[in-house]
Design a binder for this molecule. Structure first.
Ligand code: KIV
Ligand code: ZN
Length: 516
């Protein structure tokens, strides 16, 4: 697709809600998925892969609900090369203004032998049958050759030829195990497209995992080889080392248009907001030095850099913070700020809350302003995200007292509202956090193992809110709870209880399937 200024339009396919959500511990609730989908849709993502409908009833519901609500984006669901999967996927996307069935099968010798126990010819038949079925249910069909980068070009070309003849409109050649290099990936697309007579009847797509840290470089190289769709996730979320990061792909194309003659339809000023939302709901914090959306991505510490920046920002800045939605930290509100001003601030920050949610967040803001003199944008964002992620949870921390210091064992007394009944317990521990968690465990009994306990300061200063993430695992189920408070121990208790609430919900759902 060529535009007026001769730049090819690149289709951005976001799979945060499918491949991203498959990261161990990154499970999102329906409410959270709807929020993420809404922001992706608003920021101009062309295709949102909303889930894997056969995996669980929860996944099906998420895909179909997102399909009903999406405004502009095409909504895709994933399906294995199995008729039942494809039919279920067709059901889930059928209410979308535009839906897509994305079906995949492995093509590499190692997958055929050990995972599928099938011959090459058997897999070619499966591709023909399943793509034909998908196409009978939906006009927009993507076919993926799982582990394409470890498949011979000859066999891959045969498979692609069959998929296009059977009606696939997009052909995705994933680097499933993050093994390829930019030059090799580019050549793979060139060769397959040269070998397949009808290659111009489909859009070719990249899908890169980041095991060697090459996912974005490989995706861009795929464009040189003729791909015109990039599959990616916000913050690079995804299994193992993750997927190509959407914000990096999009900003590389925008910033280096001189050597990468492509453009996307993404409103880049929304990138930071999307990143924060995904970090909040997935419980995967963004590393400080992460490109584009890391806390330090636009910070200039050394004297020489600061001097240059003061004279001309272009000396050390290749893109402006504003272009990705980073605002200068502003002192915004305090305890005298009223409802009206707070609503305006939320609108400025891009939040549009319903009446009840607004009142809850406003109350939390007033509580915070009583404890913290300066309330910054980041504080308000943390409040809103907390409100969204804890909505509807069964058990809530009502009170916490902790005795800590050098004088001996630490002690915590916790009160939790358990489905409407207040229960209080006290416990000792090896440090105040351990004591707090022990007291909670005495009320909400469980066998979960603590996998991660992480604390971040939301803003600068000793009165900053602490943002705590707690990841738990029990019987193969992993969940993450998050909370923020000016008191690190209160935030820890709330994050722990939130994780336990999520664990309960998850354990009561059937186990979900995974793709890659
Ligand atoms: O990495 C992969 O191969 C995948 C496919 C399911 C597209 O995620
Ligand atoms: Zn993948």
């Amino acid at each position: 697709m060529t535009t007026n200024n001769e730049k090819d339009k690149i289709v951005i396919f976001d799979t945060t809600l499918r491949d991203g959500e498959q990261s161990p511990g990154a499970t999102m609730t329906l409410e959270e998925k709807l929020q993420v989908a809404e922001i992706l849709d608003q920021m101009g993502v062309d295709i949102i892969e909303a889930g894997f409908p056969i995996a669980s009833d929860g996944d099906f519901e998420a895909v179909s609900e997102i399909a009903k609500r999406a405004d502009k984006a095409i909504i895709a669901g994933l399906a294995r090369a199995i008729p039942g999967d494809i039919q279920r996927c067709g059901e889930a996307v059928k209410h979308a203004k535009q839906g897509r069935i994305h079906t995949f099968v492995s093509t590499s010798p190692i997958h055929l032998k050990y995972q599928m126990s099938k011959t090459e010819d058997e897999v070619l038949d499966i591709i023909r049958e399943t793509v034909t079925l998908a196409r009978s249910l939906c006009d927009n069909v993507e076919w993926s050759a799982m582990d394409a980068t470890r498949t011979s070009i000859d066999y891959l070309s045969k498979a692609v030829d069959i998929a296009i003849k059977a009606g696939a409109t997009t052909i995705n050649l994933p680097d499933t195990v993050g093994f390829t290099t930019p030059e090799e990936y580019c050549e793979m697309f060139q060769s397959v497209r040269d070998n397949v007579p009808d290659s111009d009847k489909a859009v070719f797509s990249t899908h890169c995992h980041n095991d060697l840290g090459l996912a974005v470089a490989n995706s861009l190289a795929g464009l040189k080889g003729g791909a015109r769709q990039i599959e990616c996730t916000i913050n690079g979320l995804g299994e193992r080392a993750g997927n190509a990061a959407l914000e990096e792909v999009v900003m590389a194309l925008k910033t280096r248009g001189d050597v990468l003659p492509y453009e996307t339809g993404i409103e880049t000023t929304s990138l930071m907001k999307a990143s924060k939302l995904v970090a909040a709901v997935s419980g995967f914090p963004v590393q400080y030095n992460k490109a584009i959306v890391g806390k330090n991505a636009f910070a200039h510490e050394s004297g020489i850099h600061q001097d240059g920046m003061l004279k001309n920002a272009g000396t050390y800045e290749i893109m402006t913070p504003e272009s990705v939605g980073v605002r200068a930290t502003s002192l915004v509100m305090g305890k005298h700020s009223g409802r009206h001003a707070f609503k305006d601030k939320l609108n400025d920050l891009g939040y549009d809350l319903g009446d009840n949610a607004f009142l809850d967040v406003f109350k939390r803001f007033k509580d915070l302003a009583d404890r913290k003199k300066n309330v910054y944008d980041e504080d308000i964002e943390a409040l809103v995200e907390n409100e969204v992620s804890s909505k509807g949870e069964a058990n809530k921390v009502e009170a916490l007292t902790v005795i800590a210091g050098t004088g001996g064992l630490q002690k915590a007394i916790v009160t939790i509202n358990v489905n409407g009944v207040h229960q209080t317990r006290e416990a000792t521990g090896d440090g105040p956090v351990d004591a707090t968690f022990n007291a909670i465990k005495a009320i909400l009994k469980h066998k979960a193992r603590l996998q991660l306990y992480q604390v971040h300061a939301v803003t600068e200063g000793t009165d900053a809110q602490a943002e705590v993430s707690v990841r738990l695992e029990e019987d193969g189920y992993q969940v993450t709870g998050r909370s923020a408070d000016t008191d690190t121990l209160v935030a820890s208790a709330k994050a722990y209880v939130s994780a336990l609430n999520r664990l309960d919900v998850k354990k009561n759902r059937p186990k979900t399937l995974k793709a890659s």
